[in-house]
Design a protein around this ligand. Sequence first.
Ligand code: SF4
Ligand code: SF4
Length: 365
Amino acid sequence: MRYRINKKTGDSVSEIGIGSAYLYEAGMKEGVRALETAVEGGVNYFDLAAGDGAAFPIWGAALAPVRNKVLFQIHFGADYSKGEYGWSLQQEDVKRSIDWQLTQLKTDYIDYGFIHCQDELSDWQTYRENGVYDYILNLQKQGVVKHIGLSSHTPKVIQKIMDDAPVDMLMFSVNPAYDYGEGEYAYGNVDERTAVYRRCEAEGVGITVMKPFSGGQLLDEKQSPFGKALSPCQCIQYALDKPGVLTVLPGVSNTEEVRELLRFYDTTEAQRDYSVIGSFAPPQAAGKCVYCNHCKPCPMGIDVGLVNKYYDLAKAGDPLALEHYKTLEKNAADCVACGHCDSRCPFGVRQSGRMAEIRAFMDTL
Ligand code: SF4
Ligand code: SF4
């Protein structure tokens, strides 16, 4: 397992986490085994927006013994009073649900308390008017909530809430289908979604990724907007390459699916290469580097994806991007404009020219 640091909180977060949408289907015995397998494999980050309340006793049984080694993100607005998942913006419902969840999880604190599922600007207004946000802040003052998170599928709502409220973590739906305008939660255009990634990286707000497989759509050739199925490891790599992303949280329904996720680190670069999506990039995305490194190898040894990522972040105002850029062994100044990457890039990036642009920009900082 590899870990990434949340710059806001200092938490070390496993790149692969676990979502809770389906695990309740496994039942207690198999569900506990699956979660124990995840922890043994180094997973330390768990999302608790479960598809059904039956998930919580499973999580409690499996993870209470290792509670101090794992991080929970718990959602203020997920309501299980009817058994299955429900959504509420009413303070009394939220309070009742949080008390119930903590009891089931056998814990008395929440690592990341999430402002839950804000997809419309009016949700945020209601959330505050109903006192739900103040309730989270009060719990934070009492030490029950350690850090505050936000979950949303909508870039413009994310921007507004990040303007209004200091958040330490964002849960966002990240996959190539949504980024290219395909699928149920493909909210915001390419530029709006990119702006969210860059803002999070620049402000040190970690992103936890929901729906990395677009609800399974991307894994099925018949449903995939790219005309062929992507593998889980391609989707995970895609999400991990986005600025700001700390962890990907696929939902699992049994132990074998956990083992499959953990095999991510045994896959080859070629197996994780997701550049096939380049042939389906919408006009708005064409010519923009997605940091996939499909153009490797550069004869000068330049990590083309990373150089581009730091450049984009520096332009977006990330104060650390130049520092990171300077630590690279080879950077844009080493480019000899050989054009190899131009011919390899499925996204139509004219990288040889862009390297000159990057060099000039970084020299001005
Ligand atoms: S130039 Fe193209 S192939 Fe190379 S990292 Fe960027 S998007 Fe990927
Ligand atoms: S054009 Fe520059 S960055 Fe691209 S492969 Fe050649 S030397 Fe490397």
